[in-house]
Write a protein that binds this ligand. Structure first.
Ligand SMILES: [Mg+2]
Length: 275
């Protein structure tokens, strides 16, 4: 089999709140030991890559920044490709601001090319009002993701999608979203790992983002039941994951790991042309 690798959601897959999912660290260690490419794919735009590394390290999972791929990065790279050296007004936090700066964007509070929205708590009516006026004057509305809410230790809080909905309703204009399940982020992460479409396994706990994104791209999809989806929910969806497992820890069992990668459609290594 040719090269294959994993895109892995974090929240609800690797941890729940501050609690690491049993076996997650053993599975990640296997990927590291066997040099199997992987990246954590998250719709959290608040954290930088470094923040993600530290959060995982505190749970006993030791990876480096190259293993973290956020919707903030995907958004910043996308905007830099669409309009190099542009300007943005940001409703969001550190991870998003840093990603935009790294990709040659300036943060402005007047007449930006884009109004870019991430989730977070630095949010007030004043910034929303400013954003609405900018959008009505022609700035384009970009969402890092459309997740309606985010799980926290104390229950759900409004996510980026909720903030975006407010701007959409006020302006009558629709946002362009870059995060999962958008093909922009799903493809960008695959390319970062240097894999072909048939060699990617997407592991996630949310049907609307992880699994839909993976199915749409033609990746192999694995749903874990440690997060937002229960087995009985699956009948409600028009698409389904290739494999359903109780927890990512089950991938430490060899026959389950083999079952997951057996379905991959990786081209064999190219034959050498006859002399
Ligand atoms: Mg999740």
């Amino acid at each position: 089999m040719g090269q294959f690798g994993f895109l892995i959601d974090m929240d609800g897959v690797i941890y729940k709140g501050k609690q690491v999912v049993e076996g997650a660290n053993r599975f990640i260690q296997r990927l590291l030991d066997e040099q199997i490419p992987f990246a954590f794919l998250t719709n959290n735009s608040q954290r930088t890559r470094r923040d993600g590394v530290i959060k995982l390290a505190r749970m006993g999972i030791h990876v480096d920044e190259s293993h973290i791929f956020t919707c903030a990065m995907a958004t910043a790279r996308f905007l830099a490709s669409q309009k190099p050296g542009g300007t943005a007004f940001v409703i969001g936090e550190g991870g998003l601001l840093q990603a935009l700066h790294k990709n040659g964007y300036a943060i402005v509070d007047d007449d930006p090319d884009y109004v870019v929205v991430g989730e977070g708590r630095m949010f007030n009516m004043e910034t929303v009002e400013a954003a609405v006026r900018m959008i009505l004057r022609g700035s384009k509305l970009i969402a890092t993701n459309l997740d309606p809410n985010c799980p926290t230790a104390h229950g759900l809080r409004p996510g980026c999608g909720a903030i975006v909905a407010m701007l959409e309703t006020a302006t009558g204009l629709k946002a362009f979203s870059v995060g999962k399940p958008s093909p922009v982020m799903m493809r960008s992460a695959r390319k970062e790992l240097g894999l072909s479409t048939g060699g990617v396994v997407m592991i996630g706990d949310t049907m609307e983002t992880d699994i839909l994104g993976g199915v749409s791209m033609g990746y192999r999809t694995v749903l874990v039941l440690t997060g937002s989806t229960k087995r009985e929910d699956l009948v409600r969806y028009a698409y389904r994951p290739d494999v359903v497992i109780d927890s990512i820890g089950q991938l430490c069992e060899e026959h389950i790991f083999q079952h997951v990668i057996e379905g991959l459609a990786v081209d064999p290594a190219p034959q050498e042309a006859p002399a």
